[in-house]
Design a protein around this ligand. Structure first.
Ligand code: SF4
Length: 455
């Protein structure tokens, strides 16, 4: 059965799957990872427990993404492998949710009729009821056209001391390489009081670090009237900063065109807000930025970084850069290198452009850049950024930094690992409980991490 935009299924409260197991696989961005925490929370509230692997689980859920390359291949390949298990164990439930499901809709069950439930980005909170329906009546696709509000479900967090907090969903921009606006819908902000209450509950549960999450956090509140004026992201930062027990506040992602002095000032004046900013550049060429619909020039982008650094000395800045956007010439690419050299980012997520079906840029086929040219540019960009990242980290050698401990180092259990307020990874000898804040003197720097000794 297929329901498109018809929320008719009754919600159920009493747990009925006690002891049954689930396996949840997440593709994609941080928003999807946080959505998966919510899906896991709902399944566990229904009595389910995590399975050790997909082969033995009673339920397999894929939370999909259509932003990353080959998302379709990954999903349909995984579903193909599950068909054999479903043939042997017809009681196995398979659910597919998230962005790719929102985009593909009926296509998921057309291509993989053994899938029991397909849900989109706007009805994640109904996953348990949809599973009930599928067990009673058979396969179902339910895709809603939009959300009426931001639904918050009890999340199962990956770590105890750190949590993601959704402050808004959707995006009103139209970057030509991005599918998000068509699968996540228009921006909807949560009311500040609801966000603060969630953060207070998290603090009471032992959380010391929160990351405020939205596709474009700097436009938070434009859809919210509060006593005759719009809600502001700067005010939200200050209010979250007043919650007792929260030592660190981060946020992602801001849009450079919407980053203004009031936010920089709120960051500087709110002790818990970390000296860290993720500011996605995407390209340093004004011509390419215009083709991307980004709404800023390289000069204005650099002016925003100056503004932020004036308010927050020692600010660590990370970015995203796309190499090989359609029509990118050598001169355009050189402009990107020039901005990277001036901006002196602490780190960068660099991506090779690949077309996403349904986006405007994917139609610019006659301007696609040759793969070997892109590869060469990508290499030159990562070499430049790696050397700048190393220099930025070397500036911290000899300094004492506060580290929030994540746990034992992944490569050496005699060491602990954690993050500075600037979000830099630090390794140091000794075992320290996750969630502790310790001071570490930095002795050595590498491009992507620091090494030191606990004081
Ligand atoms: S700001 Fe642009 S890149 Fe970010 S989610 Fe919106 S459309 Fe996509």
């Amino acid at each position: 059965m297929t329901l498109i935009g018809m929320p008719q299924i009754r919600e159920r409260r009493t747990p009925t799957r006690t002891g049954r197991t689930y396996h949840l696989r997440t593709f994609g961005c941080q928003m999807n990872v946080h959505d998966s925490e919510g899906i896991a929370g709902l399944l566990e509230a229904d009595g389910m427990v995590p399975a050790t692997d997909a082969d033995t689980a009673d339920l397999v859920v894929f939370n999909t993404c259509c932003i990353r390359e080959n998302a379709d291949d990954k999903l349909y390949g995984s579903l193909g492998s599950l068909k054999r298990i479903k043939d042997e164990r017809p009681e196995l439930l398979i659910a597919v949710g998230g962005c790719l499901a929102q985009k593909d809709r009926n296509l998921v069950q057309d291509r993989a009729p053994w899938v029991d439930v397909v849900f989109g980005t706007h009805n994640l909170s109904r996953v348990v009821s949809l599973l009930d329906y599928a067990e009673e009546w058979g396969p179902i696709t339910e895709i809603l056209e939009e959300s009426e509000s931001v639904t918050v479900v009890p999340a199962k967090r990956e770590v105890d001391h750190s949590a993601w907090v959704t402050i808004m969903i959707g995006c009103n921009n139209s970057c030509t390489f991005c599918i998000v606006p068509s699968v996540r819908g228009a921006e909807i902000s949560r009311r500040p009081g609801d966000i603060v209450r969630e953060v207070q509950d998290l603090a009471a549960d032992g959380v010391v670090e929160v990351t405020l999450l939205g596709q474009n956090v700097n436009s938070y509140g434009r859809d919210l009237e509060l006593g005759g004026h719009k809600a502001l992201f700067a005010d939200l930062l200050r209010r979250v900063g007043e919650v007792d027990g929260i030592e660190r506040i981060r946020y992602t992602s801001p849009h450079p065109k919407d980053f203004k002095a009031d936010v920089a000032l709120a960051m500087a004046e709110t002790e818990a807000v970390c000296e860290q900013l993720h500011m996605p550049l995407q390209s340093g060429s004004d011509r390419i930025l215009s083709a991307m619909h980004r709404g800023y020039t390289a000069e204005r982008f650099l002016a925003k970084l100056d503004l932020a650094r004036q308010h927050l000395p020692g600010l660590a800045i990370s970015t995203d850069i796309i190499v090989g956007f359609p029509g990118e010439s050598e001169a355009d690419f050189q402009a990107t290198l020039d901005v990277v050299a001036v901006a002196r980012f602490d780190s960068a997520f660099t991506f090779i452009y690949s077309p996403r079906p349904g986006t405007a840029a994917a139609e610019m086929v006659d301007q696609f850049v040759a793969p070997e040219v892109i590869q060469d540019r990508y290499q030159r960009l990562t070499e430049l950024q790696t050397s700048i990242g190393l220099e930025r980290n070397q500036e911290l050698v000899g300094a004492t930094v506060e580290v929030l401990v994540d746990g034992p180092s992944k490569t050496d259990p005699t060491k602990s690992s954690g993050r500075t307020r600037g979000n830099k990874l630090v390794h140091f000898p000794g075992e320290v409980a996750p969630g502790s804040l310790v001071n570490v003197r930095i002795d050595r720097a590498a491009p992507h991490f620091l090494i030191g000794d606990r004081l």
